[in-house]
Design a protein around this ligand. Sequence first.
Ligand SMILES: [Zn+2]
Length: 435
Amino acid sequence: MASAQGRIADFWDELTAAWLAGEDPLPDPLPRWYASYEGRGDGQVTRDAFAEPYGGDLRGIPRMVILGLNPGRACLDFQGRNGIFAHEIRERGSYSAWAATSPYLGEEWSRVNGRNRYAWSRLRFAREWLHDDELAADQLLTLELYPWHSTRVTAPITPPADIIETFVWQPLADIPVEFVFAFGKPWLGACDALGLPEVGRWGRGGVDLGSPVASRAAVAFTLPSGQWVVVSWQSGYAGPPGSEDALRLRERVLQARDDMRRDSGLDPQRLSARPRRQRRKYTVSQAKNRMHRTVEEILDPGPRNIDALWEHFDAQCAYCGKGLSRDRREGHVDHADPDAGNDLGNLVLACGSCNGDEKREESWHGFLRRKTPDDALFAEREGRIRTWLDQHPRKSAEGSPEIAHVREELGGLIEQFAVKCAELKKLVSQRDSAP
Ligand SMILES: [Zn+2]
C-alpha cells in the first residue's frame, strides 16, 4: 500500500495537472473542504490561482513540519494558469516536484514581489528550533489548513475533521519529527475536533510564556502517532513567533515534554533521542540556492549600525508610536518598501506587532494610513518617515556596470557548477553500472 504521504502528493499532482489544463475539478471530498471557509471582500477565495495545499517536499523526509492557515493573496502573474509558477509546474512535471523547489524563497518571486516574509519567517523558525542555521529550505514541509488563496482571512476556517485527518495528520504520522508546529488560532479548532489530549498550555490561561506580545499563546496536544502538535498564535497574525518568543516557546515545550516523560516513569535520556535522522545530504539545487544567497548578501549586506535609526525615531514605532526599549530588544527593523532591500534608507524602526504581524508585505505609506486614521498624527508620522528616507538615499541595487558584470559572471558560474555536477552524476552512474 502506498504511504499516506505518497497518496496525498499523487492526489494534488493530479488535481493541479487538470487545473493547469484548463479544468477546475473539485473531486470528493474537496467540496466540503472548499465550503468550510466563506470569506467576503478581501477574504474572498479565488480559483483563478491554483490551490496550494502544501509547500516543500511531501515525498521526502523533512526535518520540520509547519502548519499554516492558507496560501495567502493570489498573485496571478505567478499562480494563474499563465503565471510563472504554473509554467514551472508544467516544466517540472508535477505540483509535488515544483513545491519541493521552495519557489517562494526563489529569485523570481523575490524580484517581483519582494522577500516573502511568511516563507522566510517559517524557515527562520525551523532553523532556530533545530539549532541549524544551514537547514535547507526543502527540509521544511508546510501544510495549510485551507488550500485556496484569499488576500485575507475574514471568516472562521473550519474544515471537517475527517478531511484534516486524511490530508494532514495521516501523512504527518509517517514523518520522523517529534514536534509539528501549527501557526494560527484556527488550528486549535482542528485539534479540538479530533479530541486530542492537551499536554501543555502557555500564555493566556496557561503557564506564563514571558512574551512581550500580550496575545501570544500556545497549546500542545499529542497526536495518535505520539507526535506533539504545538499550536501557537497571537492576535491578527498567522506566522511563527519572532526569534525571542520562539526561544521561550522552545524552552517551555521541551521542559513540558521532559516533565511528562519523568512523570510517566520513562527514562528521558533514552527517549529524548530524536527520531533517527538521515545522513545529511546536499542536493545540487540546495548548493545553488546557497551560492545565490551568498552573492545577494555581498551585494546587499544591510547596515552595521542602526543607532541613527533609533535616534531619528526617538525609540518609538514609526507606525503606531509605541515606545520601544533597546535593552529589551523590542525594536524591529522594518523594510519600508518590502521590495527595496536592506539599505538604511529603506529601514524604519517599528514595534514587533506592526513589523511582523500587521504590515506584512504592504508598503509603508498604505500601512501607515490604515494604522493612523487621525489626519494630524498621520501627517506627523509620515513626515518623520519621509525625512528619514530622504536623508538616506538608496544605492541602486545594480550599482556600477562592473558590479552588474561580475554578478552576471557569478550567475553563469553557478549554472556551470550545476551542469558539471549533472555531468559527474552521469559518469558516476555509468561507472557504477559497469560490469
Ligand atoms: Zn507599531
